[in-house]
Design a protein around this ligand. Structure first.
Ligand code: SF4
Ligand code: SF4
Length: 180
């Protein structure tokens, strides 16, 4: 009995006094995430086709779609990391190949910030689309529109010429019939 008490006191004393490192401040350590590590997202706006799948599947509504003044690619995702639970579903569901337009794997690890309200922008992954990209896509869309319009005009002209030719042939046939 006495021995048990001594052993217990010894164990508790050892546990209380032994030097331990309970928390590692990763900001001061080199951390090498594995290939499948679900770190901070990256959004490749050039790959994104604006399908909205990542936004729809997100279980905690951490994704907001940024609207672009484009016809085809009119939305791209932005992620609120303060809400995200890093489930990786957005990356899984992204249909672009061979690379995903939204990725967590191999992303940034150093997401620690100075404080909850220090800088709200620290918690967002923005698509950061340069105006030059929007301008060049707008030019492409305009060129495609003009090309489509020209093709339509050409088709209509061919159809009208064919119709006129048929009408002339019919009139000629009628004339021949009347003369006989
Ligand atoms: S990792 Fe999960 S929670 Fe975070 S944005 Fe993607 S789908 Fe939403
Ligand atoms: S990131 Fe992927 S899933 Fe999300 S809108 Fe773009 S293409 Fe679709």
């Amino acid at each position: 009995m006495f021995i048990d008490i001594v052993k217990k006191v010894f164990r508790v004393t050892k546990a209380v006094t032994q030097k331990r490192q309970a928390v590692v401040d990763v900001r001061h350590h080199a951390v090498r995430p594995t290939a499948n590590y679900r770190g901070q997202h990256t959004v490749d706006y050039e790959l994104c086709i604006g399908c909205d799948s990542c936004n729809k599947i997100c279980p905690v509504h951490a994704i907001t779609m940024q609207h672009l003044p484009l016809k085809k690619q009119n939305i791209v995702p932005e992620v609120n990391l303060a809400v995200c639970i890093f489930c990786g579903l957005c990356e899984d569901v992204c249909p672009t190949t061979p690379d995903k337009a939204i990725k967590l794997s191999g992303g940034r690890f150093d997401m620690l910030t100075g404080g909850l309200h220090a800088n709200q922008q620290d918690f967002w992954v923005h698509a950061d689309i340069p105006q030059s990209y929007i301008d060049s896509r707008l030019e492409e869309e305009e060129a495609a529109r003009v090309k489509k319009e020209l093709a339509k005009t050409k088709r209509e002209a061919i159809a009208a010429a064919k119709k006129a030719e048929e009408a002339a042939k019919k009139a000629e046939d009628n004339n021949d019939g009347a003369q006989k």
